[in-house]
Design a protein around this ligand. Structure first.
Ligand SMILES: NC(=O)c1ccc[n+]([C@@H]2O[C@H](COP(=O)([O-])OP(=O)(O)OC[C@H]3O[C@@H](n4cnc5c(N)ncnc54)[C@H](O)[C@@H]3O)[C@@H](O)[C@H]2O)c1
Length: 249
């Protein structure tokens, strides 16, 4: 299936690497006008060059999704460049090294919750303020298979992703009658830089999935594009599992 996002203004946070980058490439190939952000200048620059070389119209912003002033400036830059924001993919996320619950430090908990939960909260607020002004829009939050399931020794991450699911659902209901759809995608494991940095043996991760392999970034991007497209026009407040059957086991 091919998607058509011609001339849609699409924001993807944390798009310098991993799943966000795969989403950016997919939206670019579908004709979108992109805004990509990342906290890492090198990753952002690489992604902007890559997207521009494919002919995409792209605005790259160095940005911390967990910082209120940064997020506000991000929206200002989007409106200055494109005048509107049609679709936002709140993808930026992080994790702690696997660690038993009683060993996790407060700073690590705050860091993960700051990016994964507060970041989504701040971005959604700024995006929705703009979408209300322009009369609608569509938001996809990057949740996780662990938004509904356990992952021992990853308590800050799991806590943040359960919270993203709850936030997505309740905010979706608040704006459902104002033409703003808000959904979340719940991927299983994909061998992104984040996962590779945390897990030594990826073959163990594969066994968590009924399909007995990891997902690909493109498979996750397909789910994101479905939720961002009119094909999902009757979906809001939903959590779409793209997890190789992890949550069905
Ligand atoms: N990879 C997986 O298996 C998997 C599974 C489920 C959910 N997710 C979620 O997908 C999202 C992306 O994960 P990934 O695996 O691609 O990670 P990744 O680390 O490979 O890529 C994340 C990108 O986000 C950027 N980033 C980090 N903190 C940021 C911040 N505060 N502001 C802006 N950018 C920031 C990083 O610099 C990086 O370029 C995360 O929300 C993650 O929780 C990943």
């Amino acid at each position: 299936m091919t998607f058509d996002f011609t001339d849609k203004v699409v924001l993807i946070t944390g798009a310098g690497a991993g799943l966000g980058n795969a989403c950016a490439l997919a939206f670019a190939d579908a004709g979108a006008k992109l805004v990509i952000t990342d906290i890492c200048q090198q990753s952002l620059d690489r992604a902007v060059v890559d997207l521009a070389s494919r002919g995409a119209e792209v605005l790259g912003l160095i940005n911390d999704a967990s910082d209120c002033a940064d997020v506000s400036a991000m929206l200002d830059s989007i409106i200055e460049r494109y005048g509107r924001l049609d679709i936002a993919v709140n993808n930026a996320g992080t994790a702690t090294p696997l660690q038993e619950f009683h060993e996790v430090g407060e700073a690590e908990f705050d860091r993960v919750m700051g990016v994964n939960l507060k970041g989504v909260w701040l971005c959604m607020q700024a995006e929705i303020r703009q979408m209300l002004k322009q009369g609608g829009g569509c938001i996809v939050n990057m949740a996780s298979a662990t938004s509904r399931n356990t992952y021992p020794n990853a308590s800050p991450y799991v806590t943040s992703k359960f919270a993203v699911a709850g936030l997505t659902r309740t905010v979706a209901v608040e704006y459902a009658d104002r033409d703003i759809r808000i959904n979340a995608i719940c991927p299983g494991n994909v061998a992104t830089p984040l996962v590779v940095s945390l897990v030594e043996d990826l073959s163990v991760l594969a066994t968590k999935h009924a399909i007995k392999r990891l997902g690909t970034p493109e498979e996750v991007a397909n789910g994101v594009m479905f939720l961002a497209s009119d094909l999902s026009s009757f979906s809001t407040g939903s959590l779409l599992e793209v997890d190789g059957g992890w949550n069905a086991i």
